[in-house]
Design a protein around this ligand. Structure first.
Ligand SMILES: [Zn+2]
Length: 472
């Protein structure tokens, strides 16, 4: 008898604000420890929090992008627990009155095709600090730069049935939030974190006991960790043992999950409304304005790429994966290049460079100028790739680089005719055979002319000249 896997995800994303959730400290990444702190985020007695309007706005935009209902009134609550990186002894979060509830995301399941994953809620909260275990030998150090950083927690329904679906959901969710401008969603920089809940059951049975898996640093590792946890739970159940409600940590090196501690229930946190913060009240007209100002989301953009721009489904998908890539592609098209060649260049040379360095070394206008030279027959496609490689390290215009490399194609009839005549004079036997009916020798002559011109002759212009000369 088979087992059914049930997965739900809690995703924390950091709204792209310059300052923290309840104080004016900067949210910079990678600063020296404890350099962006103040009485509010240090939790000093008497310091009063004040909500960051931009964090609230980005939370609302994210909620709208996920199809949630945004509540006009939500309440900040204290989540009480002790930990060295939490100097206040509580985290400001939202509990029974969150910012938004009841959304949905369409994803492509690797096993079931298109499915809907429900979004239970999106609420705002602040991050804790960070314990550093490798900074001072024998000690744990605490860095409070992250304490008070805004977070939007997005809780999905238990709608996923495989680790692959969890990964597909994360990919779609990230794309939505990046396109909506809510967050950078970088797992590397900690602006997106995933906690995954998983349980197994026999089909038709009520939900089994779930465990929570943490400490995954990529979407691929979320999939690996959930696969390991699914196997662990099934092995327990098959041998007649119970699954205990625990939190597990994933070890990317070994691919194993290890129980960390028994999981807290929400009543352990003794939530209560934060007496320092009044309820968060948003005007319905302001929420509507955020909805109206929402940028084009991935689904709409994909349709536009396939219909208006006439791109193949695959090309549209690849270009859209990263908003930065899509933006670059659109700039090339805006500079006057047809969508198809623009797509080919971006998916080839440009994407290769971006994957390596995360940057675009060649500005869209310079690439557009290079593509126009290929279209105009001034350089061959092959030579254009050589020029592009030079553009990566040079600020020059493509035409100047092509000249410098000596790859501008020669289409001048006088020069071409001279090469053609030299070739015909040097190969009298082949000329006789051609005139005797061996017309496929035309390829040989074109090749000889290309050779004589050191590759600079425009092959499209050579053939008619050859035919003309051979016939006379
Ligand atoms: Zn602060």
């Amino acid at each position: 008898m088979t087992w059914e896997t049930v997965i739900g995800l809690e995703v924390h994303v950091q709204p792209a604000t310059r300052t923290k959730m309840f104080c004016g400290c900067a949210t910079v990444y990678g600063a020296p420890p404890n350099t962006h702190v103040c009485p509010v985020c240090l939790g000093l007695p008497g310091a009063l929090p004040s909500p960051n309007a931009e964090a609230v706005r980005l939370g609302v935009v994210g909620a709208i992008a996920l199809g949630c209902e945004v509540h006009a009134t939500s309440v900040f609550a204290r989540k009480n627990y002790f930990y060295p990186d939490l100097p206040k002894g509580y985290q400001i979060s939202q509990f029974d009155k969150p910012l938004a509830t009841g959304g949905a995301v369409q994803i492509e399941s690797p096993e079931r095709g298109p499915i809907t994953v429900s979004i239970t809620r999106l609420h705002l909260e602040e991050d804790a600090g960070k314990s550093l275990h490798d900074r001072i030998p024998g000690f744990t150090a605490v860095d409070l730069n992250r304490a008070g950083t805004p977070l939007a927690e997005i809780v999905s329904g238990h709608d996923m049935r495989s680790p692959g679906e969890a990964r597909a959901y994360l990919t779609t969710l990230r794309q939505l939030l990046v396109y909506a401008g809510v967050s950078e969603c970088s797992m590397e920089k900690g602006s997106l974190r995933v906690d995954a809940n998983l349980s197994v059951r026999r089909p038709g049975e009520p939900l089994g006991t779930k465990t929570e898996v943490k400490n995954m640093n990529s979407f691929a590792n979320v999939e690996r960790a959930l696969e390991a946890e699914r196997i662990r739970q099934i092995a327990l159940r098959e041998s007649g043992q119970e699954v205990r409600q625990v939190t597990l940590t994933f070890n990317a090196a070994t691919g194993a999950v290890k129980p960390l501690r028994t999981k807290e229930d929400s009543h352990d946190y003794r939530y209560f409304p934060d007496p320092d913060l009044p309820p968060l009240v948003l005007a319905p007209s302001w929420i509507d304005a955020q909805r109206a100002a929402l940028p084009e989301l991935p689904a709409a953009r994909r349709v536009r790429y396939e219909t208006t721009l006439g791109l193949a489904e695959y090309d549209a998908k690849v270009l859209m994966q990263e908003p930065a890539i899509a933006g670059y592609f659109e700039s090339v098209v805006a500079a006057g290049v047809s969508p198809k060649p623009a797509a080919n260049w971006v998916m080839g040379e440009v994407l290769a460079g971006w994957n390596e360095s995360g940057m675009f070394a060649v500005e869209p206008v310079r690439l557009a100028a290079l593509i126009a030279m290929v279209d105009g027959g001034q350089v061959s496609l092959q030579a254009a790739k050589q020029v592009f490689a030079e553009l990566l390290s040079s600020g020059d215009e493509p035409r100047i680089v092509a000249d410098r490399l000596g790859v501008m194609q020669v289409r001048d009839t006088v020069a071409l005719t001279s090469w053609v005549d030299q070739v015909l004079a040097a190969n009298p036997d082949e000329v006789a055979r051609f005139r005797g009916g061996e017309t496929k020798l035309i390829g040989f002559f074109v090749g000889q002319v290309m050779k004589r011109s050191a590759g600079k002759a425009d092959p499209k212009a050579i053939q008619p000249l050859l035919v003309e000369r051979l016939k006379s």
